[in-house]
Write a protein that binds this ligand. Structure first.
Ligand code: SF4
Length: 328
């Protein structure tokens, strides 16, 4: 039987303010309508997640503190930098028995170091190595900057998730090149635990609202290509709420990412996650078996790629193979 993994998570979208303006984004808020969730809200979400999740996923717009208004708001809350605030939220999650996974965007090495000690793993979608119209004027979407963050994470030995966004104007050659870059990063640092192959989904009210999503045939081809190019120990992940996941599993994907029973997918709110039971039913009578993992992949658990202050939690939550210990 081939193992297909997933992580039970709770999704915490800390702020939707972002310095980038990706043409396909339906998540970003502007200075007149953004939000920043406070600690009471985070605490309530974490309380709901108790015994229902292993992972606290912190996602947010990139570098919101480049905006003075946001910076002032943080200062009133007692923080000099946004990442310091996120570090405190990660600490709250750990106290509640959840393992943080943060997607920090393009940040400095010092920020990655701060986050490293309170995260089981971290992530940054490479998306593509091509310069695309979709990312025009987006400082954080310059491919070299994103590659540098992934490289720095490797040097800091952070188990890392990255991925490609498919269908935003890139060519097949761009896709191949993007995968080759990720392969090389992993060959140098050994830290890429998974690569998400995510299909673009148009969002109403965005510049890309009329663009089509890639077809399932294109995604199957993409997953097969990723499987061929990436090292065998790097898992291909696909989001099960964005396409017919069973086709993509048959094509070589072996992870379904974070699935929440508590919070929606705030980036794709129109696409609810399938229940874990329904995924299990779909895989029933096939050659695949569904298994829960932690946000840190089993081999990094076994090899001890985690900070000291997470060791007791990870050791309590994992089995001998590094998977999530059975809760029953
Ligand atoms: S997709 Fe991400 S980086 Fe781009 S504008 Fe939206 S929140 Fe910002």
């Amino acid at each position: 039987m081939d193992v297909v993994t997933y992580s039970r998570n709770v999704f915490i979208p800390v702020t939707n303010l972002c310095r980038n303006k990706c043409k396909y984004c339906g998540f970003r808020g502007s200075l007149t309508n953004y939000y920043l969730i406070d600690k009471n809200q985070v605490s309530s979400i974490l309380n709901m997640a108790k015994n229902k999740a292993s992972e606290a996923l912190f996602t947010f717009g990139e570098r919101p503190d480049v905006f003075n208004m946001f910076k002032k708001q943080l200062r009133v809350m007692g923080y000099k930098s946004f990442i310091d605030y996120v570090v405190d939220l990660c600490g709250m999650a750990i106290q509640k028995g959840l393992l943080p996974h943060t997607n920090p965007g393009v940040v400095e090495r010092r920020d990655l170091k701060k986050l490293r000690v309170c995260n089981a793993s971290m992530g940054l979608m490479l998306e593509t190595t091509a310069d695309l119209e979709a990312h025009e004027g987006c400082e954080g979407k310059v491919p070299e900057k994103r590659i540098e963050v992934i490289r720095t994470a490797g040097k800091l030995e952070i188990p890392f998730t990255t991925g490609l966004l498919i269908g935003i104007g890139e060519s097949w050659d761009d896709r191949i090149h993007s995968l080759e870059v990720i392969r090389e990063l992993h060959e140098n640092y050994g830290h890429i635990q998974e690569v998400i192959i995510q299909n673009f989904k148009p969002k109403p009210g965005t510049a890309f609202s009329d663009k089509e999503s890639p077809s399932i045939e294109e995604m199957v081809k993409m997953v097969k290509m990723a499987r061929n190019i990436l090292p065998s120990e790097v898992t291909v992940q696909i989001p099960p709420n964005l396409s017919d996941f069973f086709h993509l599993v048959k094509a070589g994907a072996r992870d379904l990412g974070g699935i929440s029973q508590i919070t929606p997918d705030f980036i794709n709110p129109e696409a609810p996650w399938p229940s874990i039971e329904s995924i299990r039913q779909t895989l029933k009578d096939s050659s695949f078996i569904l298994k829960e993992r932690l946000p840190i992949y089993p081999r990094y658990v076994v090899e001890g790629w985690y900070p000291d202050n997470l060791s007791s939690l990870i050791e309590k939550m994992s089995d001998k193979g590094g998977y999530r210990k059975c809760l029953i």
